[in-house]
Design a protein around this ligand. Sequence first.
Ligand code: GMT
Length: 401
Amino acid sequence: MNHLCLDRLLRRASGHENFEVDTGRQLKIGITCYPSIGGSGILASALGQDLARRGHEVHFISYERPFRMPVNASRLFFHPVVINDYRLFKYPDYTLPLSVKMAEVSRDHQLDVLHVHYAVPHATAAILARSMLPPEQQPRVVTTLHGTDTTLLGYDPGYAPAIHHALACSDAVTTVSEFLKQETQRVLGFDGPMEVIHNFFEPRAPRRSREEMRNELGLDNEAMVLHSSNLRPLKRIDLLLETVALIRPRESFKLVILAGGDFSPFIATVSRLGLKDRVIVRENVRDTEDYLQAADLGLFTSETESFCLSILEGMYFACPSVAPQVGGIPEVVQDKRTGLLIPFGDCEKMARALEQLIQDKTLRTELGRAAQTRAHDRFSASVIVPRYEQLYRRVRGQIET
Ligand code: GMT
């Protein structure tokens, strides 16, 4: 399949892809993401906030206000997509009302760019929105792939051609890791240009001190091992619990799980593994930074991750992670320098790695400091956000390609 779709070819031919060069003007950017707890939504809200701080006008378009989007921030707007429930439809449709809202916001606010996070259905809706508008009102469409939009839905014959089409029709496509770029080429057979722009994290100041947090969690001298995720099956919470059940001595740690989802399906496993006094669960936490600064180690057992934003969050607080060597994780964590990487599914080896870091505080501190430096140097807003700005200006024709 050719990677340039007809709509884009026509706009090229009509000269609408070449706008005058103007590197100074602030941009008007629409952002669509999943608003609930999840890496892609967290990243998109952080990006929007940072762009607004840099003077751009940012319009979020989604069915709910993104979970980390502040109210009353300058130059930051939210446009809800209203979905009516028609008895005629067995399944409510989101894609069409979303595309109509995208077109409306693009027209009313003269958006330069619509930046969609997670291809399904956002990229398809953006392409449709663009084609509803006359050429002079059309925003450029930037699609950022985050993970399962390629690694899961890319295998689904009911989605793959639509994802491929939306990528081909986007004015630019980015992926959050080199791994995801290669997977997108391999799984979807997409041969168009893709730019790797890694994720970033911009921590807010914790509200409570490390001591307050440790008291609240009932921690004495145990190491605090932190896991934060939406608990979906690919996070392999079964392996997470099996791993910590193998840690000796068992009194040396407590596992704190920040659950962006319902933990109740795992309670029986916690009991079966005798972990009731070792596992603390907090659901839908908003003050993540409070927990991050109190943590000693991160633990992840996912079967795939295109990046794993939660590891990066820990790195910012000098908290090194033990994580599986899968997907884009090795682009974030350098084994034995900023954390420890273990072959996927090897719970014994993971438990031994955790024991080593629980006991050897010097090594833990060394890895944590190196992780923090890497987070600042490679994955900070000041490094990553200008890359998006540059991309927006490039697709707008404001700077040379
Ligand atoms: O692709 C997903 O499963 C959804 C997405 C999310 O919203 O949590 O997660 C992906 O995007 C994050 C932000 O870019 C990455 O940190 C995660 O690694 C990635 N998840 C997977 O690849 C499984």
